[in-house]
Design a protein around this ligand. Structure first.
Ligand code: HEM
Length: 440
């Protein structure tokens, strides 16, 4: 076991030689981080021989706040970002500095609640179709591959929000969904990156058609095409615009798919919580013409989603690199140090969460949230680089759950934890198969 230094906020850690531990190369990164945390506390460093550099691992909300919020300018994205850049180019996820700030300003308004409201009808319709399929599966008695089903559903949701009816046209022209590989192929290696980047041509073709016809439906692609930089009044160059669209496809699909997986898994394990969700879902389903504003009345559905994101945050590990020297408590973090923040472990910190392993959606009541350290819960990150799609994702997932759980519910499953896969997002290693029953 590697030697580390550990400390709680305000304590000075012991200095000394660090044993080698290439965290980023481990097969079981999460298990190792968990064991090291129990052994060494909320802040420790490991030395990577291959990079000849130290990595600081922090698991306390005070330091999370320092890295992501109060001193965020001192941190760039860290280990693994080159791999993301191969896939997503210079889109928002992987860019830095002035380019990132400019792009973020140009994209921000597209994710405003008022804009997201426009997606309600199409997401509602898609979820209604999905619910009908799940109802058939329930009636047939054959277990449903929930992993595949939510992956496909979230891909369709993001594609329609990006391309509106142009997506349906592309689908007709190709005879299938030309973006299908994003959901069908779970590898995120170089081969996938090459196939995925080739989809940029399709995005360009839609852009060209829209420009030629001066037709800009109210979707994310139109927003990006029409956005102008405030200071220069310039549009995004096409190449960068395509990087942004490819980024939104991947960032908007994988995380939401993983989150919904965990929601259904937890509902199957906790039938009494599931009963509350079904009840709330039925209230919405009974409305004559459900509307976006109906989501405001929901209590359990958003809490269940937030609690699932606590136990299984899809973005389970944030990596950063210190540009200049920093300090955590009294400890000096030299310039160039890597920093890891593991939200999976932070969300289970016993100083901030009672019964951390239990699935208790009531933790997300207004009072309990207000009483908790703001940075003990970061499924969408925090600070200026927090997820731009948080409201988009929450709305999409709430509609999905409200519509589907009004029609079907999972039969309860044994209290056996699913094996985790941590390669990119936190996902179940094997597909989640659930037997469903029709809601009476
Ligand atoms: C449950 C769903 C989601 C989760 C858990 C999630 C989580 C996150 C996290 C943790 C980050 C920060 C990563 C880091 O700092 O290293 C992030 C960034 C980002 N997310 Fe999400 N995300 C979700 C859905 C979405 C959706 C639906 C979209 C778009 C349609 C989206 C687009 C982005 C983008 C573009 C960034 C980069 C933002 C920037 O650096 O300025 N995400 N997301």
């Amino acid at each position: 076991m590697p030697a580390m230094s550990s400390l709680s906020p305000g304590q000075t850690p012991p200095h000394g030689p660090q044993a080698p531990c290439d965290l980023e190369r481990l097969d079981d990164k999460l298990g190792t981080l968990q064991a090291l945390w129990h052994q060494h506390g909320d802040c420790y460093r490991v030395h990577s021989e291959s990079r000849n550099a130290d990595t600081w691992v922090i698991n306390h909300p005070d330091w999370v706040k320092r890295v992501l919020v109060s001193n965020h300018r001192n941190y760039t994205k860290g280990i693994g970002i080159e791999r993301v850049r191969v896939l997503l180019g210079n889109g928002l996820m992987a860019s830095e500095g002035e380019r990132w700030r400019r792009q973020r300003r140009m994209l921000q308004a597209a994710f405003h609640k008022r804009k997201i409201e426009a997606f309600f009808p199409v997401w509602f319709q898609q979820s209604t179709q999905l619910a009908a399929h799940w109802q058939q599966a329930a009636q047939s008695g054959v277990p449903l591959d929930v992993t595949a089903a939510v992956s496909e559903a979230t891909l369709l949701a993001v594609l329609q929000s990006l391309f509106s009816d142009d997506f349906l046209r592309l689908q007709q022209e190709h005879g299938h969904n030309p973006f299908q590989l994003v959901s069908a192929d779970s590898a995120r290696d170089l081969q996938f990156a090459m196939k995925f980047r080739a989809l940029g041509k399709l995005v360009q073709s839609v852009m060209d058609t829209r420009s030629r016809e001066s037709r800009f439906p109210p979707d994310l692609l139109s927003h990006c095409m029409l956005a102008r930089d405030k200071s220069s009044d310039e549009a995004m160059p096409d190449k960068l615009l395509i990087d942004e669209i490819l980024t939104l496809i991947v960032a908007g699909h994988e995380t939401t798919a993983a989150a919904l997986n965990w929601v259904w898994y937890l509902l199957a394990r906790y039938p009494e919580v599931c009963a509350r969700v079904v009840n709330e879902a039925r209230t919405l389903a009974m409305r004559e013409a459900p509307a976006y504003s109906d989501l405001d009345a929901m209590i359990w559905i958003p809490r269940v989603i937030r609690e699932a994101l606590r136990l299984y945050p899809p973005g389970w590990l944030y990596t950063r690199r210190a540009v200049q020297e920093d300090h955590f408590g009294e400890h000096r973090i030299p310039a160039g140090s890597d920093v890891f923040i593991c939200s999976y472990l932070l969300h289970r910190h016993p100083d901030f969460w009672e019964q951390p392993e239990a699935f208790l959606p009531e933790r997300f009541s207004t009072q309990q949230v207000a009483a908790r350290h703001r940075y003990a819960y970061i499924p969408f990150s925090a600070g200026p680089r927090h997820c731009i799609g948080e409201s988009f994702a929450m709305t999409e997932m709430m509609i999905h759950l409200a519509v589907v759980a009004a029609r079907v519910q999972p039969e309860s499953i044994a209290d056996v934890p699913l094996a985790l896969e941590t390669d990119v997002n936190l996902r179940p290693r094997d597909s989640l198969l659930l037997k469903l029953k029709v809601v009476d």
